[in-house]
Design a protein around this ligand. Structure first.
Ligand SMILES: Cc1cc2nc3c(=O)[nH]c(=O)nc-3n(C[C@H](O)[C@H](O)[C@H](O)COP(=O)(O)OP(=O)(O)OC[C@H]3O[C@@H](n4cnc5c(N)ncnc54)[C@H](O)[C@@H]3O)c2cc1C
Length: 459
């Protein structure tokens, strides 16, 4: 199995892709793999497995296209995964290409273009999840996956014991409901992927839990019409304030969609009890009033009410495997704590899971799924550990002001920080240990000596 999540599944067990099959067609069972959830992680996993010829069933409760609360921002990391799935032209056709980040904070503004890393493109896209998720799910279907939308997984049944090396019980079958007809039936699969998002009812029913000691995030977003809908930069505000004017740990964003609208939102890091009481709706209103007026963010330009969601981050959810089960994406808490990005990590963890399951199907059995856990730790463990420490430290408004204030005075330093926070290192030259080290080093350069040492000790 590959240790680099950016390499493709190197499994081609059948020469031809499997034909399209219906969930009603019992002759296809057991499926090789059933996937719960057709968001970024589930659809990417389905694509990679189906492209390798496996008999895959993707179960999604909503019917595409559907709205999904998100900032709609694709970083170069996401673009790389979409390109690997052969989707860049389609994304370019529906999305708005942008070149970098304009950061605002404490009276300063810096424009930074995405770095040239070789491994990732130096641009991103803003594209609504309404359009994006359908593209990726359709692509999985084209690759041969059976994609059943409007089909909810109600429960997982016939749970087995927890096998050695795993933390979740195995799954015997799934009860699914066709939402249009109301008909329920059982389906079976040799392996099951849980990709049901931040609330992950199915993951929780198997025993996956979030480590509440670790940071998590909440975010709210709304669409507005704007004269700057095709701005070449996405914009962030690093000094958002509550209604009383106090700095809160989080950031505001404005992402231009290129279709007449912008996506405006606020993200809040809830690292300790202090931030549990912050009213995110008020935070959003305050941010809208504070953001640069040239964007035209007013109650009149709002396209509808803001909606919100959770950001489970830093690999805070586990266990992640049973002898025939893998949990991926938001259901496994894979959002990057540094920047709240989760789409790319959904694609990547779906892909890593696909490689592990293909390995299991080829004879590796449940041991290959333990490799998935190791792969995740190898790919993100050190980096997320540093990110969690950073998030905890920066939740102190004084330290936040110090870090952002210092960073905003140096274009070079902020470019380093952008690269670090977006995880845009060269995977061919840097291992995870170096990434963690780079991350710490760059961050501690912002802090007074005593504090930097405290942070290093905590990591
Ligand atoms: C306000 C906000 C802004 C964000 N902005 C960004 C951003 O700009 N860029 C970025 O990279 N990330 C962003 N994120 C994070 C990103 O949205 C998630 O990390 C990403 O969607 C995770 O993908 P996923 O496939 O794991 O889960 P999801 O996208 O949540 O997909 C899960 C899917 O499973 C389906 N499902 C759930 N239960 C069942 C069931 N029982 N049966 C069948 N189907 C089921 C759901 O309908 C859904 O389609 C944001 C999040 C929020 C809340």
């Amino acid at each position: 199995m590959q240790s680099d999540p950016t390499t493709i599944c190197e499994v081609d067990p059948y020469a031809e892709a499997m034909p399209q099959l219906s969930v009603q067609d019992a002759a296809t069972e057991p499926y090789d793999v059933a996937i719960v959830g057709g968001g970024p992680s589930g659809s990417a996993c389905a694509y990679w497995l189906a492209s390798a010829g496996w008999n895959v069933l993707l179960l999604e409760k909503k019917v595409f296209p559907r709205e999904k609360t998100c900032g709609d921002g694709l970083t170069p990391r996401s673009v790389r995964q979409l390109a690997d799935m052969g989707l860049e032209d389609e994304v370019a056709a529906v999305g708005h290409r942008y070149v970098g980040l304009r950061a605002n904070g404490f009276g300063q503004q810096l424009e930074m273009t995405w770095p040239n890393t070789g491994a990732f493109p130096a641009y991103g896209y803003c594209v609504t999840r309404h359009d994006l998720d359908q593209l990726v799910a359709d692509n999985a279907a084209k690759a041969g996956a059976t994609v059943c939308t409007g089909t909810e997984v109600l429960s997982v049944n016939d749970l087995g014991d927890i096998a050695p090396g795993h933390g979740l019980r195995s799954i015997g079958s799934l009860t699914v409901k066709d939402k249009a007809s109301g008909v329920t039936r059982n389906v079976s699969a040799r392996y099951v992927v849980i990709a049901d998002g931040a609330n992950s009812r199915i993951g929780r029913s198997l025993g996956a839990v979030r480590n509440r000691e670790w940071p998590s995030g909440l975010a709210l977003r709304g669409y507005f019409t704007s004269p700057r809908h095709d701005d070449p930069f996405i914009e962030s505000y690093l000094d958002i304030r509550d209604a009383e004017g106090s700095i809160v740990p989080g950031y505001g964003w404005i992402f231009p969609l290129g279709d007449g609208r912008i996506n405006v939102g606020v993200g809040l890091l809830s690292t300790d009890k202090r931030w549990k009481g912050v009213n995110t709706t008020k935070l959003m209103e305050t941010f809208c009033a504070y953001a640069d007026p040239t964007w035209g963010i007013t109650p009149e330009s709002a396209c509808g009410p803001a909606t919100g969601g959770k950001l489970p981050m830093g690999l805070a959810i586990g266990p992640r495997t049973g002898s025939n089960v893998i949990v991926v994406g938001d259901a496994a808490g894979t959002v990057n704590p540094f920047n709240g990005e989760g789409i790319s990590y959904g694609y990547e963890t779906g892909r890593i899971a696909a490689a592990a399951i293909a390995d299991a199907l080829l004879g590796g059995g449940s041991g290959s799924l333990i490799d998935f856990d190791r792969e995740l730790d190898a790919a993100y463990g050190d980096y997320y550990r540093v990110a969690r420490v950073f998030v905890r430290v920066i939740s102190d408004p004084k330290i936040m002001a110090l870090c952002v204030g210092a960073g905003m005075r140096s274009q070079w330093l902020m470019e380093e920080i952008l690269r670090l926070m977006s995880n845009l290192f060269r995977p061919d030259t840097r291992g995870p240990a170096e990434l963690g080290y780079d991350a710490l080093e760059a961050l501690t350069r912002l802090l007074p000596k005593g504090l930097a040492e405290k942070m290093l000790a905590a990591a």
